[in-house]
Design a protein around this ligand. Structure first.
Ligand code: HEC
Length: 217
């Protein structure tokens, strides 16, 4: 029995090579896979695969947008170790107070009135009157308590979570602190350098210093 194989001639090998080269474009074209031909769902399309029958998949619980995670609980929840924070965890500035005043006047004053006494227009028209922010209890309440009330509501007061973003909540609370001080300040709260000006204004009967600031209310 012979094991010899016929060695292909040069001509035959060349022909084979040529055929291969010619067939290449056809092969490549056959491999092309269009993205639009992939199995996929359009938005809101029904699905026979998922148990709830929807192509849209719900967000995995606990998902946060990349780069937006913050575990600063004092800032986001107004609490530290489960306790309400005493003072707003944001830097205080004239801008923050101005923003807080603007937001307070928009979102809180209709009921709490512009001074925080709790006699806003909606209360004058019959809504239950809220406690004055100048009561000793609310003057001593920690900033985190106010944050909780704005975020989650309190009694018949609805939550303002959706209307007032976290930064604005702290601005409003900082402004409420200023309102509280405005009704309960003593001469000791005025910086020493400015006490003389205060006395002068009072003596001259002009609305100098503090008086002018309150004129807007
Ligand atoms: C539509 C009216 C209304 C608006 C607007 C409103 N509140 Fe109130 N708020 C109330 C009422 C009424 C209560 C008392 C609720 C109760 O006793 O059931 C209350 C209670 C509170 C308390 C709790 C007081 C306590 O006795 O412990 C705080 C703090 C407070 N509001 C802050 C705010 C702030 C800050 C805003 C603005 C972001 C705001 N509220 C907007 C009506 C309102």
């Amino acid at each position: 029995m012979s094991t010899e194989r016929a060695v292909p001639s040069r001509a035959r090998r060349a022909r084979g090579f040529l055929l291969g080269v010619l067939a290449l474009p056809a092969l490549v074209a056959g491999c092309r896979q269009d993205m639009q031909d992939q199995p996929r769902y359009d938005a809101d399309q029904a699905s026979a695969f998922f148990a709830d029958g929807r192509g849209n998949r719900p967000r995995v619980p606990g998902t946060v947008v990349h780069g937006s995670f913050s575990d600063n609980r004092a800032y986001h929840e107004g609490k530290e170790n489960g306790q309400p924070v005493a003072v707003p965890p944001v830097e205080l500035s004239a801008e923050v107070l101005a923003r807080g005043r603007e937001r307070y006047d928009i979102y809180c004053s209709p009921c709490h009135d512009r001074t925080g006494a709790g006699n806003g227009m909606i209360v004058q028209r019959g809504l239950r009157r809220p406690s004055s922010f100048h009561s000793q209890r609310l003057r001593e309440a920690p900033a985190g308590y106010f944050f909780d009330v704005i975020t989650n509501g309190f009694g018949i007061m609805l939550s303002y979570r959706a209307q007032v973003p976290v930064d604005d909540r702290w601005a409003i609370i900082s402004y409420i602190r200023a309102l509280q001080l405005s009704q309960n300040a003593t001469i000791g709260d005025v910086p020493e350098g400015q006490r003389a000006a205060l006395g002068q204004g009072a003596a001259l009967g002009q609305g100098a210093a503090l008086g002018q600031g309150a004129a807007g209310h």
